[in-house]
Design a binder for this molecule. Structure first.
Ligand code: DC
Length: 434
């Protein structure tokens, strides 16, 4: 889990930087200012003076505010309607700043923000993310810039949107908001003691993004766990001696967990995938393996999950769902068996991949291990081809059930086949679906 908190005053460019960093890392971006803006909008629409604390507090239970994500983009619903287009005006900015100084408003939004940060890798921007919302965030950045550069950026932004404003007005309002946001008693906008200060007065948005990505890279290098340390030492030599060539690595976002679905040739497929996938994969091992001297210690250190086979496949499915739900990656083989020397488009597939996808909500990363004649030979070349992630929402789930798992698994496996240049699975015949 990686949580990045970006705090700082208005106009420092937090949102555009956070958005691009989120995209690069494959994590979600939460714009917490939009929540305060939505409450400000509601109050304005209902003629409430946003400086009147009691009046604002008395209306907090009168509306429903939902924070959702559509294709990775944040959408805020106010009483069921998407308010994204209405919360960026100067009036709403000031109303947001006013309501954000009210303790009850902050309390009201606290759980929504913390729930998301508890369950997901996120980059969250605001004023109090590193100090109050996620005080134990892995990375904290305080992004700021001179008031002149911030006002200039905001002015250009509003102008580009066709809003008629003067620079002086933007400047004065920004000064007032700065004062409001940093001098209030509760959760004022201030740098957390352990946050990195980044002043981007003379940087472009792209340069700021690069700086943040560098900070993330540095953090990750410093905090590499046993698995990633082992990976950095062993993966390249294994790839070299086994003639393994990973392809499509650019398709793998850096932070996201996936259900990695691959064709299955032999037991060593897991090694082929592990040395090609530049991130940690969680493996499931039979419980007995954990008590083998040395091996047990190593696999435990590598983060393997112990599986009690006495419960049959159910425990393996449960463990996989848990791993995927935690935002970690797990490799599974939709064919369910090893098929050395067999064209994968002619084999049977099971429904486990679809089942795990449905119950975890995780996205899929299709992978095809391509070798000559679908076999491993002593010096044969091996390609490990990663496709673009398949979003869970593309798998056509509705209420779950075996028909849906079958169709989803076929959709996934067809992508695996396509990556390897194989034919698609034959059409389903009557009765094949259940
Ligand atoms: O980031 P923004 O300009 O969209 O935020 C709008 C207002 O909300 C801002 O004036 C301060 C307030 N805010 C806050 O107090 N705490 C946050 N975490 C985010 C925003």
């Amino acid at each position: 889990m990686l949580r990045i908190a970006i705090d700082g005053p208005s106009g420092a460019g937090k949102s555009s930087v956070a958005k691009s960093v989120a995209k690069k890392l494959g994590i979600i971006y939460v714009d917490t200012g939009a929540l305060y803006r939505t409450i400000g909008l509601y109050m304005l629409n209902h003629g409430i003076d946003t400086k009147d604390r009691d009046a604002v507090v008395s209306r907090l239970n009168d509306f429903k505010l939902e924070l959702t994500f559509v294709d990775g983009n944040q959408v805020i619903l106010l009483d069921g309607s998407d308010v994204g287009d209405y919360i960026r005006t100067p009036e709403v900015s000031m109303a947001a700043s006013n309501v954000s100084a009210i303790n009850e408003v902050r309390e009201f939004l606290l759980k929504t923000q913390q729930d998301i940060a508890d369950k997901n890798s996120v980059i969250m921007d605001g004023r109090d993310i590193g100090t109050v919302i996620i005080p134990n965030a892995e990375i904290k950045i305080f992004l700021t810039a001179s008031i002149e550069s911030r006002a200039k950026r905001r002015f250009e932004e509003l102008k580009a949107k066709g809003q008629e404003v003067s620079f002086d007005k933007v400047y004065t309002e920004m000064l007032e908001r700065d004062k409001n946001d940093s001098s209030r008693d509760i959760a004022p906008c201030k740098k957390a003691d352990d946050a990195i200060l980044l002043d981007n007065s003379s940087l472009t948005a792209e340069q700021t993004t690069e700086k943040v990505l560098k900070i993330v890279k540095r953090y990750k290098k410093k905090n590499r766990n046993f698995y990633m340390k082992a990976y950095s030492v062993l993966a390249a030599p294994i790839r070299f001696f086994q003639r393994i060539k990973p392809i499509g690595l650019e398709n793998i976002p850096a932070e996201k967990g996936f259900i990695i679905c691959s064709n299955h040739i032999a037991a060593k497929d897991v090694v082929m995938i592990a040395v090609s996938y530049p991130r940690q994969i969680r493996f499931i091992g039979k419980k007995e393996l954990f008590s083998v001297p040395l091996l047990g210690w190593i696999i435990k250190k590598l983060g393997a999950i112990s599986l009690d086979r006495s419960g049959g496949n159910v425990n393996a499915l449960k463990a996989s769902i848990e791993i995927a739900k935690q935002g970690e990656s797990i490799a599974i083989f939709p064919q369910g068996h090893r098929y050395p020397g067999v064209d994968p488009s002619t084999t049977d597939i099971k429904t486990g991949a679809g089942f795990i996808a449905y119950h975890s909500g995780a996205d899929i990363l299709p992978v095809c291990i391509k070798t000559k004649n679908s076999k491993y030979t002593l010096f044969g070349r091996i390609q490990v081809i990663f496709g673009k992630p398949i979003r869970n929402s593309e798998l056509g789930f509705d209420k779950g059930g075996s028909d849906e798992y079958t169709l989803a698994t076929r959709r996934i496996f067809n992508e695996v086949l396509r990556l390897g240049g194989y034919n698609s699975l034959p059409e389903l015949g009557e009765g094949d679906k259940s």
